[in-house]
Ligand binder design. Structure first.
Ligand code: ZN
Length: 256
């Protein structure tokens, strides 16, 4: 636990190999996690009721993708959210991201896959060509504190769910955050933009093949600064980005 592991997996779309740093996917984690599950009672990540990782009520807070309009994403690809960032969903996402509830990756990844199957931007032609998921990267410091890139883990689980549903999907860790970016929590939109300006960069080795559809995925959208910076970095490489999908949107930006 807490040690980043290197994961190499075959891409179901092209057969290419993707190597990046992920969470607890190594042999030690595979052995220890079920043992820990036996020792520690499981409770819902949203409301703490003993039972499933996400109880039906909390799981229901992640629904079909709804178009949202973050103020900094007016010019880029459409943004869709599965839920509103408040209450039990906020608690669950923070538990996954910041409080060590890595087991929540499974229900969150499955919810993401379900939403991707309903995405209007992802038409039948694009699905047949294969879907690439690009996780929004965390700052290196934050990823180090959390033990890895938490959105890459969700992207992998979502891609596996999509493959199970007959849609070829793969993860492209195509972006990185340059050093010098501060934590954006508490910063206003203009300060967030200045903080990120020119600092979300493509990883050439992680880019998907030209002409394939990429869905950018993140956990939370607030002002949309991060999503816009990531979309811009991808679009500059010539990558087609039909949609940005987030688990939750801050309530003031959620569609009614
Ligand atoms: Zn619950």
């Amino acid at each position: 636990m807490g040690t980043a592991t290197t994961v190499v997996h075959n891409c179901p779309v092209t057969g290419a190999r993707d190597q990046s740093t992920g969470w607890a996917a190594g042999t030690l984690g595979e052995v220890l996690n079920p043992l820990l599950d036996l020792l520690l009672p499981v409770e819902c990540g949203g409301c703490a009721v003993p039972g499933p990782l996400l109880c039906p009520d909390c799981a229901g807070l992640l629904g079909a993708p709804v178009r949202v309009y973050p103020p900094c994403c007016t010019a880029g690809p459409p943004v869709y959210a599965l839920g509103t960032y408040r209450g039990r969903l906020r608690t669950a996402l923070l538990a996954y991201k910041e409080r060590g509830r890595r087991d929540l990756a499974a229900p969150l990844g499955a919810a993401l896959a379900s939403a991707l199957l309903q995405l209007p931007s992802l038409d039948a032609q694009r699905r047949r060509a294969g879907v690439w998921l690009v996780p929004v990267p965390s700052r290196r410091v934050a990823a180090g504190r959390r033990g890895g890139q938490h959105m890459t883990v969700l992207a992998r689980l979502a891609a596996a769910s999509l493959a199970g549903a007959g849609v070829a999907a793969a993860v492209a860790p195509a972006l990185r955050v340059a050093p010098g970016v501060r934590d954006s929590v508490g910063l206003a939109a203009a300060a967030r933009q200045a903080n990120l300006a020119g600092r979300v960069l493509p990883r050439r080795a992680g880019l998907p093949p030209a002409g394939t559809a990429v869905v950018l995925i993140d956990d939370v959208v607030t002002t949309g600064t991060t999503a816009a910076a990531c979309a811009t970095a991808l679009l500059r490489t010539g990558t087609d980005v039909p949609a940005i999908v987030v688990l939750a949107a801050a309530s003031c930006h959620a569609a009614s």
